[in-house]
Design a binder for this molecule. Structure first.
Ligand code: 13P
Ligand code: SF4
Length: 334
């Protein structure tokens, strides 16, 4: 008789089943020569079982240097695609192939080709939160950790008057424009999770925690207004830190005690509290929850390793073109 397995993919995961499943995942990873990479927004039990947890840039670097035959990507689909582009000879698996991204969905390859046709000669910079087809039409990729450096590199290499098409995140684009002091053409895409963190949320939570530092992800809907307040002198810039998720973790490791309001997806709080247990981290908006990131569960991760599903493979013709902007980015910020 077949009994239901602990933590079947569709069944609710009970707390007491987590250690057993984590042991199973670790031993399957050893048996299958697999490395487990996880984004900072993943569920705590996934972060705890991963070989590496990080931001988009860190995960890209880890994928590029992976030694194992298989990479299991606990993140969203474009991240697994990036790993497949960088490691075409490796097997790249994602525990749930439906883990998408609203930001990556905000621009298609055809839309980008049409945009480029209106701006011949412009340099295209796309956030890594894009599909492989969009990357294949791109000159440089960037992440929230290096967007300013990538754009400054382009002005230094191609001239200060270079026309840049930047996308798909409009808040990250506005942030880069503010820091570089130059206008670009910015696509009007957004991540629904970060765009939902509004200036009013910030005002309320910072009002309740006046002495807390403020860690803000540049994709947030409040990031543009925060920069305006700083520029106008209405906000003390010393307490405001515009950071990628990896930058937030580095901040937490360097600061023990104190408190910080955190404007990004709430999965980030787990890693921050682990990195700095004596500090208090407060969500800017408790509802900032990415349902795509949370589609990756421990039972699905176990099944992915056990059954070698779901493979993400970018066709060679697309991968060869999409690799160029990713490798340019990594070369600028090694
Ligand atoms: P980073 O981890 O690169 O800061 O990006 C955040 C994000 O929303 C990824 O989808
Ligand atoms: Fe995409 Fe936003 Fe989710 Fe990140 S938080 S994966 S940008 S939808």
């Amino acid at each position: 008789m077949n009994l239901p397995m602990a933590g079947g993919a569709g069944a609710p995961l009970l707390l007491e089943n987590i250690p057993e499943l984590q042991d199973e995942v670790r031993s399957l990873a050893r048996e299958r020569d697999a490395v487990i990479l996880a984004h900072n927004y993943q569920l705590p039990e996934i972060q705890d079982v991963a070989d590496y947890v990080g931001d988009s840039l860190g995960l890209t670097r880890q994928a590029a240097s992976a030694q194992s035959g298989t990479i299991v990507f606990c993140g969203v689909h474009f991240m697994a695609e990036t790993a497949s582009i960088l490691c075409p000879d490796k097997r790249v698996l994602i525990p749930d192939p439906d883990a998408g991204c609203s930001l990556a969905d905000s621009i298609t390859a055809q839309q980008l080709r049409d945009w480029k046709a209106h701006h011949p000669g412009a340099v295209v910079v796309m956030y890594v939160n894009t599909t492989a087809e969009v990357k294949a039409e791109t000159d440089y990729c960037c992440t929230s950790a290096n967007a300013v450096q990538v754009v400054e590199h382009i002005y230094a290499e191609h001239g200060a008057d270079t026309e840049i098409l930047f996308g798909p995140d409009m808040f990250l684009g506005a942030y880069v424009e503010k820091i570089t002091g130059r206008r670009m053409h910015v696509w009007d895409g957004e991540c629904h999770v970060h765009a939902g963190i509004k200036p009013a949320d910030i005002a309320a939570v910072r009002g309740a925690h006046p002495n807390a530092e403020f860690l803000i992800h540049p994709e947030c809907g409040c990031s543009t207004s925060v920069m305006e307040y700083v520029a106008a002198g209405d906000l003390d810039p010393s307490g405001v830190h515009m950071l990628s998720t990896g930058g937030m973790l580095a901040y937490a490791s360097e600061h023990s005690g104190g408190s910080a309001v955190v404007a990004t997806e709430t999965g980030m709080l787990y890693g921050l509290r682990k990195a700095s247990p004596d500090a208090q981290f407060i969500a800017a908006n408790e509802a900032a929850h990415c349902r795509f990131m949370k589609m990756i569960t421990l039972p699905k991760l176990r099944n992915s390793l056990r059954d070698a599903v779901h493979e993400v493979k970018v066709p060679t013709e697309i991968a060869d073109r999409a690799r160029v902007p990713i490798e340019r980015m990594v070369a600028i910020t090694p």
